[in-house]
Design a protein around this ligand. Sequence first.
Ligand code: NAD
Ligand code: UGA
Length: 316
Amino acid sequence: MVTGSAGFIGSHLAHALVQAGTTVIGVDRRDPSTDPTAAANLAALRGRPGYHHVTADLLHCAIDPILIDADTVFHLAGIPGVRPSWGPQFGDYLASNVLATHRVLEASTRIGVSRLVVASSSSVYGPTDGDASRETDRPNPASPYAVTKLAEEQLCLAYAERPVGPSVVALRYFTVYGPRQRADMFTHRALYAALTGQPLRLYGDGHQRRDFTYIDDVVAATIAAGTVPNAHGTINVGGGSNASLLDVINIANSLTGREIQLHQDHVRNGDVLLTRADPGRAGEVLGWQPRVDLHSGLRAHMQALASPVPDYSHAA
Ligand code: NAD
Ligand code: UGA
């Protein structure tokens, strides 16, 4: 089962699993027959015999009947994004990231799921001193979102300590980019600005750095986390391409031959200056390392953004 399968990362993961011959039950509360983003994300899976979509809210639905034949749960459903988590939506973050996760854990234990992989976040580390973050570092979340992601992964790990229930791998994803990235994220907005000539709002001076991690690498790490025997605990998924926002802007400019028009804005609360993953444990436990460099990844992301997105919003 892949939760959050109508989202950015979940839809790529579900597609890769189906391509590999795995039967996937995708669960998401966004309905592809009414939600254009969900429809576009699921377009490549539409009609595929190995993919079964269930539109349901994990906060309220009966999970056991959906899970009944699943041996592995990839739990990616959640409310992402650092900046809106300061607002009145915090209750939604808490509900989807913590309470719904609790329901998934309870159902997974009842059904006898063997492995649960949960999407955690680099944001649990908070501000760093410049060194690469290791899984043994003390978490220091700097936003309400990051607090819910830390609670989510720790809840899963606490369940994994019990004699019953699935083993748990919590993947700390670092700023994922690539085709179908969420429209609130920086890379999407920078490439969109470069393609259309519309201005880009820059929060701060653009010297913030991120370990930008390409979607195909993230999917490979996630599948490994679901399949490698005896894997457990937290694992960083990042470490390939550390770059500043200005670096991304420069690459976007060079890809289009157009200069992005920048609108400087204030630094947002909870925004850390740097994320940097130590990918050592991912290599040791999962045999994973990032493969796609930033320039190639941004080129692929831009090509996808430039091609017309089919409208499947009326699809069944
Ligand atoms: P996304 O918003 O594109 O996908 C998340 C999906 O979860 C959405 O389709 C949403 O409808 C679904 N969902 C939310 N609450 C639900 C509920 N209660 N029941 C059923 N479905 C629900 O986000 P994404 O960027 O694909 O992120 C996926 C996961 O990875 C999230 O947990 C996020 O916190 C985590 N993550 C993402 C990044 C990143 O860079 N994108 C980095 C670190 C961690
Ligand atoms: C991203 C995701 O949005 C989170 O869901 C995820 O948990 C997190 O990565 C992670 O790695 O764990 P973030 O790194 O803040 O969070 O990624 P973006 O939202 O793409 O922002 C990156 C930087 O660009 C931030 O400094 C932000 O302030 C800046 N930004 C973003 C802008 O300057 N302008 C924008 O329009 C958007």
